[in-house]
Write a protein that binds this ligand. Structure first.
Ligand code: ZN
Ligand code: ZN
Length: 311
């Protein structure tokens, strides 16, 4: 993330903001890119704007495809629908959260800029085979981190009530729900992405690519349209279960931890209690149909007998 901040600061904020400001005030420390107030402001602004722009573009594209253009196919009237006006509330919550997530995330970026992370720029620093290895490590580490953070947010009542519950207002989420979190929730669930680069080496460009991938993935699991035929991948159908039934499918990319900890629910399956209730409803309906058929049969026989008698 440090290269985004340093390049954005140099080529966007320096000519547009800092140079005019120095000219106006004569405050020369602002000319130094690493002067802390400038670094802090640039980091916060670029993180916030970057998140908002990417969120609005990717969520809008996904929304236009699945909720407008192909709505009849993916969200026909018979399917469960987002509540009226939900999209607007999701966007409002995301736009409110992003600046606060920017504040909470900035310290990680300062540490990267000051050289404490294990991000590297020269491809020759590590063998090429390490590129796929770091991607696998990153996915596995962040998937593990998010499973446990998300799980604790549900298991600790205080955390659920004050931090995670706002994200569960959306029973049938739209792509705009991807960042519609309480800021502490959004930040907590993003910490594994930031911590990873302090634990093992990651190439700076690979890290950026992974961030874009994470953003697209988060939108994808909230659009309700699942293209994955594999149950080991935590796709949209899995996350839809999570939004509807809360205590299943806490993972982000895979269902590994959910399976290991007994919180996995297959997209085509229902929780045992729901299954029992449905079965009971079906039985009751069948019994009612049977008894009304018997009653109507008896009525027909009585009517026929009465007709015979009157003849
Ligand atoms: Zn969600
Ligand atoms: Zn949850």
């Amino acid at each position: 993330m440090d290269i985004v901040v340093l390049l954005g600061d140099e080529y966007l904020l320096r000519p547009l903001l800092y140079e005019p400001l120095i000219e106006l005030t004569g405050f020369t420390p602002l000319a130094d890119q690493l002067y802390f107030p400038r670094l802090a402001f640039s980091t916060w602004l670029l993180l916030t704007l970057g998140a908002i722009v990417m969120y609005l573009i990717t969520s809008t594209i996904s929304y236009l495809i699945f909720f407008v253009w192909l709505r009849d196919k993916y969200y026909p009237e018979t399917a469960e629908q987002p509540f009226p006006g939900q999209e607007k509330l999701e966007i409002q919550m995301a736009l409110w959260s992003c600046p606060w997530i920017g504040v909470l995330t900035a310290p990680f970026v300062f540490l990267e800029v000051w050289g404490y992370s294990r991000l590297y720029e020269n491809l020759s620093d590590y063998p090429l085979w390490y590129i796929p290895v770091q991607i696998i490590l990153f996915i596995f580490f962040t998937d593990t981190g998010i499973y446990w953070i998300h799980r604790l947010e549900h298991d600790i009542p205080f955390l659920y009530k004050y931090v995670h519950k706002p994200h569960h207002i959306w029973k049938v989420p739209t792509p705009f729900a991807a960042l519609a979190f309480h800021p502490v929730d959004g930040w907590l669930q993003s910490t594994p992405y930031h911590i990873a680069v302090f634990l093992f080496p990651v190439h700076k460009h690979v890290y950026l690519g992974l961030f874009v991938f994470v953003q697209l993935w988060t939108i994808m699991i909230h659009d309700g349209v699942d293209f994955s035929p594999f149950d080991f991948i935590n796709g949209s159908a899995h996350h839809t279960h999570h939004h509807l039934r809360f205590v299943y499918n806490y993972g982000q990319f895979f269902t590994f931890w959910d399976r290991l900890c007994g919180t996995h629910l297959h997209p085509n399956d229902l929780p045992p209690l729901e299954k029992k209730r449905l079965e009971k409803q079906r039985q009751l309906a069948a019994e009612q149909a049977k008894s009304s058929a018997v009653a109507s049969g008896e009525a027909t026989t009585t009517a026929a007998a009465a007709a015979k008698k009157s003849n």
